[in-house]
Design a protein. Structure first.
Length: 355
């Protein structure tokens, strides 16, 4: 059946060698509708981001852009504003009819840690065509904070698709009629639209802005860092927020959204550019997100960067959309507390490294 492959089919691809790795893939990497990818033991500091290009390999192009090589075995700091290339432990041998797409994991995006998948013969980031046979690399650019990384860390994830899986607006409306995806009226236009919440029901905390000169974050340390050392709280009483050029913000959607068990979703911009800011779309939304024991949906966390001029963001402004896709089969496990999902039932929430 066409659709996004669930955990059971991902395990089958591992067993049959379509997905291989050294060392072997561990069970914790397999999510309901995706596979976490692990950093290898080496990082290359680059002078510029690059794609291999048609008919070329990453290793053939590396000499043109490499500045120096780093051993990650005992941990190494990736510095803010620099670009790195890290060979991943996993590799693929995709058959015809099966393609893949990658995206940063939720915590990666919330740290403003730009992480993209690059491959041999690649002409775009995060996309692997049918029949791809080769290694995988992560291009990493820390934009707000320097980070300490080690081999085996999982910064991005891979989703595999068979055939066309995206729901049309008509299909999405029918799904919403059967299983409400948001409370109240759903804005459906090339996906499920969502807006920014700048009038919280309690208090006046509406978001966070990254502080520009913070310390290093060890990605393995969960709940270890005081948020105030890295983030400024943002408060609003009038439903407005002025975004500063170059600043990075964590905000939250006004809508609580739900992903039914037979579907997955991906966050995408409502428009390629809305005003003078960009909403990052760091994560996949797994089947069961916003459902489980909570039952009332969960907010979407927005990673926002302002560009060339200050911009006034207002409560209820549409800033992004969720593109829903069919699953090829229902996953054996859904997103939720039973698989240690960090953001089920979430509201406005920073990455898991912050207390």
């Amino acid at each position: 059946m066409n659709g996004v492959l669930p955990d059971s089919e991902i395990r089958n691809l591992i067993d049959t060698g379509v997905i291989s790795a050294e060392p072997a893939i561990i069970p914790e990497q397999i999510q309901p509708a995706s596979l976490d990818l692990r950093l290898g033991t080496t990082a290359y500091r680059l002078r510029a981001s690059f794609l291999a290009g048609r008919g070329k390999r990453i290793t053939d192009r590396l000499a043109d852009f490499q500045m120096h090589q780093m051993d990650l075995s005992n941990g190494a700091v990736l510095e803010r504003g620099c670009v790195y290339l890290v060979p991943l432990m996993e590799r693929l041998r995709l058959p015809q009819g099966l393609a893949a797409v990658a995206n940063a994991k939720s915590s990666t995006g919330r740290l403003d840690l730009l992480t993209r998948l690059v491959t041999d013969d690649g002409t775009e980031f995060d996309r692997l065509p049918e029949g791809y046979d080769g290694p995988l690399y992560a291009e990493i650019c820390p934009r707000s904070f320097s980070v300490l990384v080690r081999p085996g860390m999982r910064l991005n994830q891979l989703r595999l698709r068979r055939g066309q899986a995206v729901l049309s607006d008509q299909e999405l409306r029918s799904l919403n009629d059967r299983e409400p995806l948001v409370e109240g009226d759903a804005l459906i236009d090339h996906g499920l639209g969502f807006s920014v919440d700048l009038r919280p029901t309690t208090g006046d905390l509406v978001g966070y802005r990254a502080r520009p000169h913070s310390g290093v974050i060890d990605l393995d340390r969960i709940g270890a860092y005081p948020a105030a050392d890295f983030w400024d709280e943002l408060h609003s009483t009038d439903g407005r927020l002025i975004l500063d050029p170059g600043a990075f913000y964590i905000l939250v959607s006004r809508e609580s959204v739900a992903i039914p068990a037979d579907f997955a979703a991906e966050m995408a911009p409502y428009l390629a550019m809305v005003g003078e800011f960009r909403v990052h779309y760091a994560g996949f939304f797994d089947p069961g997100f916003g459902i489980g024991a909570f039952g009332t949906g969960a907010r979407g966390v927005l990673e926002v960067r302002c560009h060339e001029a200050p911009f006034v963001l207002e409560h209820g402004q549409v800033v992004g959309r969720l593109v829903y896709e069919r699953m090829a089969a229902r996953p054996q496990r859904l997103y939720g507390a039973d698989i240690k999902s960090n953001y089920q039932g979430q509201g406005l929430k920073l990455a898991k490294q912050f207390a």
